[in-house]
Design a protein around this ligand. Sequence first.
Ligand code: NAP
Length: 322
Amino acid sequence: MHSKVVIIGSGPAGLTAALYAARANLEPLVVRGLQPGGLIATTAEVENYPGFVEGIGGFELADNMEKQAARFGAQFMDTLVTRIDAAQRPFVLHTDSGELISAETIIISTGASPRKLGVPGEERLANRGVSYCATCDGFFFRGKKVVVVGGGNSALDEGLFLTRYVDELIIVHRRDSLRADPILQERAFSNEKVRFIWDSTVEAILGDEKVSAVRIKNLKTGATSELAVDGVFPYIGHVPNTGLFEGLLTLDEGGYIVTDGRQRTNVPGIFAAGDVVDHIYRQAITAAGEGCKAAMEATWFLAEQEHAAKKAAQEAPSAALG
Ligand code: NAP
């Protein structure tokens, strides 16, 4: 399989790159990855993506983006890239289905994954009360009591979504003030289902078959206590999905791909966009903007390569004659 542009990841960055590359007649191939639609597809309501007066569901937004890119000829593949040979161009991508893809350019938009608490019980009780996706799992917590960990936009946004289902929502935050946007703070403070436990962390998640309680530590006093709950939703930030690129691309100390402001990585022909690059803004709209830039850069890169190849071909006979 060969493509002029292979896009790894299908969140707003990858899908916007696909739209632009498709409209440039490059017939991009999008490798969807583990999370089709990216993190936005697991977000209940998106209220700050311009153009949707009443907001739009995250899944619907991602689905629309994919359909729009497909309308102009983008192809999609459900597999995972396991290795990239970048020593020569075309690059060769190895996949878990065993298929090899050759690519003249690559746009990486593998995004970031929810950061884990790293406490006892978290892994063992994953999907048994521990969830990182309120949109996906909120329904299972009807009439229950759950804990959300974190004080950022995700914690409040997803927590407020959970109040549609749960009877009681407890937000455990390690400080005594939130970093979430004021509008979300106002909504949380005025929601009677929500209460806060400040200056505290979740030290352990308890339960045999499913979550039954959390052990909470007050960071100011050092006191620990147990709180009976049915679910735990950690929203404490993200880690970039860049394991695949270690040793191939320049990464910063946080593991994010370093680009030059024009979405170009240190390897000519490989571009990166979205949450895999950006640890500051991390918005669907900024990811989409970077996806657009990456696709335009890939288009220009391919045009330059083609021009250089034509020039070399024209000069070759005269050089032979000379
Ligand atoms: P975030 O803004 O980095 O917030 C992470 C939160 O988790 C912080 O409150 C942080 O505490 C806490 N935290 C971090 N590590 C922790 C640990 N080990 N134990 C306990 N608490 C910990 O991450 P986010 O909320 O996922 O948001 C990511 C980006 O997406 C942001 O740019 C955000 O604006 C954006 N976003 C926007 C919306 C929206 O606009 N509606 C919705 C969701 C996300 P401290 O505050 O003490 O650092």
